[in-house]
Design a protein around this ligand. Sequence first.
Ligand code: IMP
Length: 435
Amino acid sequence: MSNIIVLGAQWGDEGKGKVVDLFSSHFDIVARYQGGHNAGHTVYIGEKKYVLKLIPSGILRSGIQAVIGNGVVVDPAALLEEMNTLEQAGIPVRENLFVSSRAHVIFPFHRLVEKMSEARENRIPIGTTSRGIGPAYEDKIGRRGIRIADLLDAEGFRLLYDTLAEDKRMLAATFNIADTIDYADIRDQYEQFAARIAPMVCDTARLLNDAILQGKRVLFEGAQGTMLDIDHGTYPFVTSSSAAAGGACTGTGVPPTRIDGIIGVSKAYITRVGSGPFPSEIMGEAGERIRKAGNEYGAVTGRPRRCGWFDVPLLRYTASVNGFDSLIITKLDVLDELDEIPVCISYRIDGKDTGDMPATFRGMQAIKPVFQSLPGWKTSTRGISNYDALPAAARRYLEFLEQRTSVEVGCVSTGPERTETMVRSGSKLEKLFGS
Ligand code: IMP
């Protein structure tokens, strides 16, 4: 019985939503382990488009339980809104969704603090999604945060909330910031939210571990991507959670000994939203062409995504910190029209070639990418459902990535539909998913 982590190998938006939705039929439970409603997973089923932000994509499959783990930060207003939208589309959410009692709560003042901090003079902005994610994690690590369990405990909540509010007021006074927040109003609002989310709240670590002991299979769904991980990403241009594979254990309470496989999801090229280093970024018109062909606009914020060529050193780095067993390459079809496709094969820093990822942001910014171009296939790959039926040049491209990254390409996707995906027969991925 396999418990698998599926996560982004780049800067997020790799197409995990589709992948998780597709493979979730092989699992009993899909669990999110970090992030919040900053994530945007787009899933197409027939004519319908679903954008999931906080709720795991597994919710779209009937009979599958979805878990929001303790490592996630939850904005109850966003959760209730997303539940409503899904329920209006006929998806039964309440019966299948479980929210960790140990997950932390996002409050409206977290968003305000973030906006202020991003807009501050002389600050290099991160280009966040402005959902209050970072400040909520700050309160968690600063041991001031409020967890869902405490939100549900009326007396405990008042005590903790009033202390947190006092903390915010003191900070505003110290820094001479006009504080117009109506803390009492927020408290009343959250007391109402508590009643509405209470039926879904439980000890999800226990739920997951019991399920695993009973032989049920869990798919751990990463949000964002490894290069946005708070420790392993392009710090400080990262999100505030542990998006890499290790986060699946701390963010759910399932021990590492229960994990059977780790799958990385990567586009056939690469994108990034927000600021920060991006060695293989394609500037100008060529970048715009990929953006248009791939419809590269943020699912949550609608911001245009920056586009770049596949980056081998980056993928080798994320494969190493995550221990990928297999790679899923998405959006191969976006490259269908190109005469040739450059791939970044190494980094040149201060005149020296390296495959290593620098730790400083200035080091990352100093990277001059070294490219090797591969021939394009100049024919549509849409609708192809068998790896061997791909054009020879497309297979050569994928096999080049495989060789250079030392990770097998176990699955390829050539369109947004569930059906536009091919699992390579004999791959490790096929064995792990049991498909
Ligand atoms: P935050 O997560 O809102 O704090 O934003 C921090 C950085 O992560 C910014 O560069 C965001 O654009 C990026 N980010 C957050 N969530 C996602 C996502 O789901 N996909 C891609 N980038 C994301």
